[in-house]
Design a protein around this ligand. Structure first.
Ligand SMILES: [Ca+2]
Ligand SMILES: [Ca+2]
Length: 348
């Protein structure tokens, strides 16, 4: 079966289940890809434009935030121009929050955007839903303001109330609503130790974009980190947690989607041959969505013993083949970039 079909099957399976509503986590903590000074890794982040990619910087901390103090960060600027995106399951209704720590060391007076929402598949932001996160600085280059825009609309900034070289926790919200011209973005900015466990009533920037033509255009399904050239800020961002549920974003510690294939394994099932049930032991190196699917000898999917978000660790899963015919079956485990298949025999 093609990879795309498998992914589609995984997505369909997840939609019918109840699971943690974290859509994407990146703490830039994978030692294989995320060493300081290296380029933003293209294992997870796909290049949309530009060549001088963002690099990895020192990690950021924010007291109490689950993404705090884990591994490294992404360095945007001072040079370079690029736009790298990472997709997640598109959300066609409801709220999506991107929590991220941001520490700005320099920002231009006109400002520019450094992070944005787009659609899945990523479309470059010229069509589809689009929300952007900006920062600009004052003339003496010590105070900054954050800003947001939706679709092709203008940018709305906060007061120049924030400081350079200070780590803030941002919650960049995009709301997808059923009627025309009612989608929007809004922004919350927190200073440690402020860490509300539910969405505050009043954001730093109230909803922007309500009349945009990008409304209802597939929903958010990607985030992107962007360097914009001459007007861009210089900053680090870290601890990205995209979620449909505010409290999950700030409370649940689930590790990172960053994956090192060597820390994953699917052992041969036991017993094998078997009747009517058999066990699988497997190991997950980092938290993430895990699917275990059973295929018959024709390659048809016949059962899904596992299809949920799991913490890193070792697991045991039993598959009962009562009701299935004798024959050869395959068990495929998939999570992130890791995939392994074992062959087994049911004898009745
Ligand atoms: Ca980090
Ligand atoms: Ca709408």
């Amino acid at each position: 079966m093609k990879k795309g079909l498998l992914l589609f099957a995984l997505v369909l399976g997840c939609m019918s289940m109840s699971f943690s509503q974290l859509l994407l986590v990146d703490n830039f903590d994978d030692p294989v890809y995320n060493t300081v000074g290296a380029e933003l890794d293209t294992t997870y982040w796909k290049n949309h434009s530009g060549t001088a990619v963002a690099t990895i910087g020192d990690g950021l901390t924010y007291a109490g935030y689950p993404g705090s103090g884990i591994g490294n960060s992404v360095q945007v600027g001072p040079a370079g121009s690029s736009d790298y995106n990472r997709t997640f399951t598109a959300q066609t209704s409801g709220n999506v929050y991107s929590f991220l720590m941001v520490n700005v060391s320099a920002a231009t007076a006109s400002g520019d955007y450094f992070f944005h929402y787009s659609s899945n598949p990523f479309n470059g932001g010229t069509t589809g839903i689009r929300g952007r996160l900006f920062v600009k600085g004052n003339a003496t280059a010590d105070s900054i303001a954050f800003g947001i825009s939706f679709g092709s609309g203008g940018t709305v900034f906060t007061e120049m109330a924030y400081l350079v070289n200070t780590t803030y926790l941002l919650a960049f919200k995009i709301a997808v609503n059923p009627e025309a011209s009612d989608d929007s973005v809004s922004l919350y900015v927190f200073t440690a130790p402020d860490l509300p466990t539910s969405e505050p009533a009043i954001p730093a920037i109230s909803p922007v974009g309500l009349a945009s033509t990008n409304d209802n255009d597939g929903g958010p399904g990607a985030i992107a980190i962007r360097q914009g050239g001459s007007n861009q800020p210089t900053l680090r961002l870290d601890g990205i947690r995209v979620t449909t549920d505010w409290s999950t974003g700030v409370l649940t510690s689930v590790g990172s989607h960053d994956a090192r294939p060597s820390s994953y394994a699917l052992e041969q099932n036991f017993p094998n041959p078997f009747n009517p049930s058999t066990n699988f032991r497997y190991q997950i190196g980092n938290a993430g969505f895990v699917s275990m699917k059973i295929y018959n000898v024709l390659g048809q999917e016949v059962s899904t013993p596992v299809n949920e978000y799991k913490e890193a660790g070792s697991y045991n899963t039993t598959w009962s083949a009562a009701g299935f015919n004798s024959g050869i079956y395959f068990c495929k485990l998939q999570t992130g970039l890791f995939s392994e298949t074992k062959k087994m025999i049911l004898i009745k």
